[in-house]
Design a protein around this ligand. Structure first.
Ligand code: GLN
Length: 308
């Protein structure tokens, strides 16, 4: 399979598309991003890294950070996490509050905002936000093997100034006892994890443990094999909010999107893929990024639903 040629064609097709979606505007800093950009990077299980387009441009990983935060939280509290967060697709928007009242403040899954806020509360663990933020940054740097990964403080400040819905979610869950620290502390940590800036190349490298059954490519384990399998399962069923079914149908591999326009997608045993195009579709997932992954899956035959 000629992956470099396939990626070049995907980049060319992306450049030709006129309907590029709309950049997120509810975080004012993200509204300033040029929607003309497109990047893709594929880290393969045999150790290659193939990239195309704007694969070295940093972008706000936003909700993709929820994958790394979940991995850390499971390491801290193990399966006890599932007493506070569910494992079902929500069928609602990423920032929805509607299910929390009937479900006693227990979010449906760790990838909608409410669930990620509970995960951030677990990761805070009685510390100051800067301790949890430092731990998250070190973890992502270790996964990618790249100490230059950093947080965009301007994006974090922009979301802190406007993140009223997340503040409402955190306080509402606090009323049920499912958020245990003050909302501003939990969100201080959450907004900074979302504001981590990475390129497609760095993100594809950071996702390798999920294609490698939980192992770090340089040796040692990040998570157990069964935990890697479960994180991939959650990405498949919940990684694109109420468009998760459509993503599984069209692309057929686990993926996690963010409102910065990035998507991390995992082909177990084969590839860790990062795509980025800032324009979003109506579900808040990257418009061109989804199309690019659909094309890549079709051209490579990569899928969790068909034999290798
Ligand atoms: N920081 C964003 C928020 O909480 C992340 C949402 C997303 O990427 N879907 O609203």
């Amino acid at each position: 399979m000629d992956l470099p040629a396939i990626l070049s064609e995907i980049v060319a097709h992306a450049a030709d598309r006129e309907d590029r979606g709309t950049v997120a505007s509810y975080i004012p800093e993200l509204a300033k991003i040029d929607p003309g950009q497109f990047g893709i990077a594929v880290a393969t299980a045999d150790g290659r890294l193939i990239a195309g387009g704007d694969a070295d441009t940093g972008f706000s990983i936003q909700s993709i950070s929820k994958v790394f935060a979940l991995t850390l939280a499971l390491g801290k509290v193990g399966d006890q996490l599932w007493e506070r967060v569910g494992r079902e697709p929500s069928g609602n928007a990423f920032n929805s509050i509607v299910q929390l009242e009937q479900e006693q403040g227990i979010p449906r899954n760790p990838f909608i905002n409410a669930g990620a806020i509970v995960v951030a509360d677990v990761n805070l663990g009685g510390h100051q936000p800067r301790v949890a933020i430092g731990e998250m940054l070190r973890f992502v740097r270790y996964l990618a093997g790249d100490d230059s990964i950093a947080i965009n403080e301007t994006v974090a400040a922009s979301e802190t100034a406007t993140g009223f819905r997340n503040m409402a979610l955190a306080n509402y869950m606090r009323a049920f006892g499912n958020v245990r620290h003050a909302a501003d502390l939990v969100l201080g940590s959450y907004f900074h994890q979302c504001a981590i800036e990475m390129s497609c190349r760095q993100l594809a490298l950071a996702g390798r443990y999920l294609m490698l059954d939980g192992r770090h490519p340089e040796g040692g384990r990040v998570v157990s094999s069964s935990r890697a399998k479960r994180i991939n399962a959650l990405m498949l069923t919940c990684g694109h909010y109420d468009a998760s079914g459509d993503f599984a149908f069209r692309v057929g591999i686990p993926g996690k999107s963010g409102v910065g326009g990035g998507i991390l997608a995992i082909v177990p045993g084969r590839a860790s893929i990062a795509v980025w195009a800032p324009g979003l579709n109506e579900n808040g997932n990257s418009q061109l990024g989804t199309l690019a992954l659909e094309e890549l899956a079709r051209r490579t035959g990569w899928s969790v639903f068909s034999p290798p």
